[in-house]
Write a protein that binds this ligand. Structure first.
Ligand code: ASP
Length: 436
C-alpha cells in the first residue's frame, strides 16, 4: 500500500515537473550518451532502445492530420467572413516576405563563408547519394497542392493537400454559419461543434504525448549524436556555422524588426517562444511542434481565430529556417561540384525557388533536404547519380539532422512571430494579453 502510494508520488511528481525542463534534461542526457557512443565507435543504438525514439516520432505523426483538420477548419470557420480575407492575405504575405528574407540571408552567408568541401571528398561520397534523390519540380510542387481525392490525401497524409481542402471547407463553413436560412446555419453550427470537439480532444492527446517527449527526445538525440558526432568535420563545420549564424541573424534582424514594427514586446515573446523553439529543435518537425506553438500563442493572448488558422498553415508553408538552409547549401553544392560560387542570376532564381520550396516543404524531419534537390534542379544542376554534385549532396544529408534542428526552430519561431504581428495589426489579441 505504502509502496503504491510512493509510486504514485513519483509519477505525479514527473507529471507536475515542467515539460520544458523535462525535455531539456532528456536532450542533455541523449547528447552526452550519443557523444560517448560516437567516441567509442558505436554509431547506432540497440533496436530495443531505438524503439522508444521511434514510438515518439510515430506518436507525433499520429496526431498531425487530425490536428490540422480540426484546427484549420475551426480556425477558418471561426474568422468572420468579413475578416477572413484580410487575416488570410496578411498572414500569407508576411510568411512569404520573411521566407524570402531567409533565402537572402542564407545566400549572403554562402557568399561570406564560401563553403567548399573540395572535389575529392565529394567524389568519395558520391555513391552514398545514389537513390536518395527525389524526382521534384517546381510546377509539380504547386499543382500537387490541389488534391484529386480528399480521402487519399488524408490516408496518404499529404499535408499540403489536407491543408488546402481544410481551408476551403472551413471558409465555406464560416459563410454557412451565418446563413439566413435557419436550417443551413443550424447544420453548419453543429458541424463546427464536431470539428471544435475534435480539435479539443486532440489537444488533450497532445498533452499526453508531451509527457512522453523527454524519453523519446533522449533516444532520438542520442542517435543523432552517435551517428554524426565524428563526421561533422572540415567544410561541413563551415556549412553548419554558416547556417546557424544565418539563423541567428534572421532572429535578430527579421524577427526583431517584425516585433519592433508591430510594437510587440521582445521579452514576453521570446519567453513564450522558448518552448516551441526547443520542441522544434528536438522533434525537427514544425507539424509535430504545432500543439506547443499553439499553446504559446494562447499564452501570449492571441485570439484563437487567428492562431488556429495561421499556425497550422505556417507549420507547412512558412519555413524561414529551411529557406536560409537552402541558400547556404546551394552555395556549398556549387563550390563543391563546380568549384565556383553562385552567379547573381542563379541567386535571384534561388530566392524565388527556395521561397516556393519552403511552401512545398512538409513540416517533417528532413523534408528541406529533398527540397534542396528541387532547388538545384531548378537552377539547372540536377543531382544526378555518381556526380560530384551528388557526392556533395550526400555530405549535406550526413549532417542534415543537425542543420534541421536549427532550421525547424526558426520555422516555428517565424510562424509564431508572424501570427502575433497579424493579430496585433488586426486587433485580434485578448484584453489582458502581454502583447498589448
Ligand atoms: N524539418 C523542417 C520542419 O519541420 C522542414 C525541413 O526539413 O526543412 O519545419
Amino acid at each position: 500500500m505504502a509502496k503504491n502510494e510512493k509510486k504514485k508520488g513519483i509519477f505525479r511528481a514527473y507529471l507536475d515537473f515542467n515539460v520544458l525542463y523535462k525535455i531539456l534534461i532528456g536532450l542533455v542526457i541523449g547528447a552526452v550518451v550519443g557523444v560517448i557512443l560516437a567516441s567509442s565507435g558505436v554509431t547506432a543504438l540497440p533496436a530495443w532502445i531505438s524503439m522508444f525514439g521511434t514510438i515518439f516520432t510515430r506518436l507525433l505523426k499520429m496526431i498531425i492530420i487530425p490536428i490540422i483538420v480540426g484546427s484549420l477548419i475551426v480556425g477558418a470557420a471561426s474568422i468572420s467572413p468579413a475578416n477572413i480575407g484580410k487575416v488570410g492575405i496578411r498572414v500569407v504575405i508576411i510568411y512569404l516576405i520573411t521566407s524570402a528574407c531567409g533565402v537572402i540571408i542564407g545566400l549572403l552567408m554562402g557568399v561570406i563563408f564560401k563553403p567548399n568541401a573540395g572535389l575529392a571528398a565529394a567524389e568519395a561520397l558520391a555513391a552514398d547519394a545514389a537513390g536518395k534523390v527525389a524526382d521534384v519540380s517546381v510546377w509539380k510542387t504547386i499543382y500537387e497542392i490541389v488534391p484529386t481525392s480528399v480521402l487519399s490525401s488524408l490516408v496518404n497524409e499529404t499535408v499540403l493537400q489536407v491543408i488546402f481542402f481544410a481551408l476551403i471547407f472551413g471558409i465555406c463553413l464560416s459563410f454557412l454559419k451565418i446563413s439566413e436560412d435557419k436550417r443551413l446555419s443550424d447544420i453548419a453550427n453543429t458541424t463546427f461543434k464536431i470539428f471544435d470537439c475534435l480539435s479539443e480532444v486532440m489537444m488533450i492527446i497532445v498533452r499526453g504525448v508531451m509527457q512522453y517527449a523527454p524519453i523519446g527526445v533522449a533516444v532520438l538525440i542520442a542517435e543523432v549524436f552517435a551517428k554524426n558526432g565524428a563526421k561533422v568535420a572540415g567544410a561541413l563545420v563551415i556549412v553548419t556555422v554558416a547556417c546557424f549564424l544565418g539563423y541567428l541573424i534572421h532572429i535578430v534582424v527579421v524577427y526583431g524588426g517584425l516585433l519592433k514594427i508591430y510594437k510587440l514586446p521582445f521579452k514576453a515573446f521570446f519567453k513564450e517562444a522558448r518552448t516551441p523553439f526547443m520542441t522544434a529543435s528536438v522533434t525537427r518537425s514544425s507539424n509535430g511542434t504545432l500543439p506547443t506553438t499553439m499553446q504559446a500563442a494562447e499564452n501570449l493572448g492571441v485570439e484563437k481565430e487567428v492562431y488556429a488558422f495561421s499556425l497550422p498553415l505556417g507549420a507547412t508553408i512558412n519555413m524561414d529556417g529551411t529557406a536560409i538552409y537552402q541558400g547556404v547549401c546551394a552555395t556549398f553544392l556549387m563550390w563543391s561540384a563546380m568549384g565556383r560560387g553562385l552567379t547573381i542570376g542563379e541567386m535571384a532564381l534561388i530566392t524565388v525557388l527556395a521561397t516556393l520550396a519552403s511552401i512545398g516543404t512538409a513540416g517533417v524531419p528532413g523534408a528541406g533536404a529533398i527540397m534542396l534537390a528541387m532547388v538545384m534542379q531548378g537552377i539547372g544542376y540536377p543531382i544526378a547519380e555518381g556526380t560530384n554534385l551528388a557526392g556533395a549532396y550526400a555530405m549535406i544529408l550526413g549532417i542534415d539532422a543537425i542543420l534541421d534542428m536549427g532550421r525547424t526552430a526558426l520555422n516555428v519561431g517565424g510562424d509564431l512571430g508572424c501570427t502575433c504581428a497579424v493579430a496585433k495589426k488586426m486587433g485580434l489579441i485578448k484584453a489582458d494579453s502581454v502583447l498589448k
